[in-house]
Write a protein that binds this ligand. Structure first.
Ligand SMILES: C[S@@+](CC[C@H](N)C(=O)[O-])C[C@H]1O[C@@H](n2cnc3c(N)ncnc32)[C@H](O)[C@@H]1O
Length: 258
């Protein structure tokens, strides 16, 4: 039941995907799971984790809903054995099935994200919850840098990512639009929470950025960066004198009307 059409710029089969999913867990699971807890998710709930990736959020949900609940974990390219293959844009979805649907860093990659929101609304039971955790990479300023050239290269690296995402049909600034898009799709009680983190050498967010320089190397070079630029960005990210604000992560709740 799976199509391979997607605007996804990463590749779960690539050697760098293992670290990518580990760093995503380290960066965002605390936020994601505390927001999921706010929905009241508990024993017996029926949940759907879309684009499950490394599976840590699905694992958390399984513990939360217990043996009387259920967690369907899906991904276009599963890397955990219990994750089902499912492409969220084109594959069929059940109707009125779920108490809670969660997706993190998935809809930003899908050109059809507004249509997907309308499908997700129908897949929830009346009163059911959707939580989307989505970034805005248009904000991630350098706060301290050993020199201006290094800061400019870092800014060029972030700008190149935005360009290559856009070329694939992804939206790097989708995070700031999620709440409005959910309201337009018919969700109620829409509640966006924007969050930023300090990025410094060795922090999970910075390890994720270094991972991107490898994982997206070919696309970054096609977007105008050179090998030397990428090497200098990696050196800056490893430098104790470097500090930046993370990109903004928006954790957004909405409910299907009763
Ligand atoms: C950036 S990763 C995020 C993984 C996980 N949600 C997390 O935050 O740790 C995006 C995930 O969405 C999956 N994905 C991309 N396009 C998809 C689609 N059209 N349908 C279902 N999953 C998709 C990818 O295979 C990947 O595992």
């Amino acid at each position: 039941m799976t199509s391979t059409r997607t605007g996804y710029v990463f590749d779960n089969d690539y050697v760098h995907a293992v670290d990518q999913h580990r760093y995503l867990t380290e960066c965002y699971d605390a936020l994601t799971c505390s927001r999921l807890a706010e929905t009241g998710v508990s024993l017996g709930w029926r949940c759907w984790e879309i684009g499950a990736g490394g599976g840590s959020v699905a694992d958390w949900l399984v513990r939360r809903v217990g043996p009387t609940g259920s967690v369907l974990a899906t991904d276009i390219r599963p890397i955990r054995p219990y994750v089902h293959t499912h492409e969220v844009v084109h594959d069929p979805l059940p109707d009125g099935e779920f108490d809670l649907i969660h997706a993190r860093l998935v809809l930003m990659h899908l050109p059809e994200r507004d249509a997907v929101l309308r499908k997700l609304l129908r897949a929830l039971r009346p009163g059911g919850w959707l939580q989307l955790d989505e970034p805005d990479i248009g904000y991630c300023p350098v706060l301290l840098s050993p020199d201006r050239r290094a800061a400019e290269l870092y800014e060029a690296f972030q700008a190149a990512k935005e360009v290559l995402l856009a070329e694939a049909g992804a939206d790097g600034t989708w995070g700031r639009k999620v709440a409005g898009a959910m309201a337009a799709a018919g969700f109620v009680a829409v509640d966006p929470l924007p969050v930023v983190y300090p990025w410094r050498a060795g922090s999970p967010g910075v390890r994720l950025q270094i991972n991107h320089t490898h994982h997206l190397r070919d696309k970054l070079i096609a977007a105008g960066m050179t090998e030397q630029d990428l090497a200098e960005v990696r050196a800056l990210l490893a430098d104790e004198r470097f500090r930046a604000s993370s990109t903004v992560m928006y954790s957004v709740h909405g409910r299907r009307p009763l």
